[in-house]
Design a protein around this ligand. Sequence first.
Ligand code: FES
Length: 103
Amino acid sequence: MPNFIHVANISDIPPGTAKVVDVQNVGVALFNLEGTIYAIDNMCQHAGGPLGEGTIKGDIVVCPWHGYRYHIKTGKYLKNPDMSVACYQVKVEDGKIAVSVSP
Ligand code: FES
């Protein structure tokens, strides 16, 4: 059952930027795409690079270490969906962002 935890405020993440937060010991990368917040696992499937520090190109984040590309809205690794990262549920209420890392 989802367990939403407040992790940031929407004002912390202007559109087109990202922020890394810790949710119950899981590193989560939050992205603001045109005002909508998305959350995926921060750890790249290749060698653990920090996706929240990657370059955002449209709906894609490019891992800062070796360039793996993931779809921000789904966590899918573009070349091989079997190496995708987790995508987490997000709720935004009154400018506060809450994330659940539980299914
Ligand atoms: S750690 Fe992300 S591409 Fe290598």
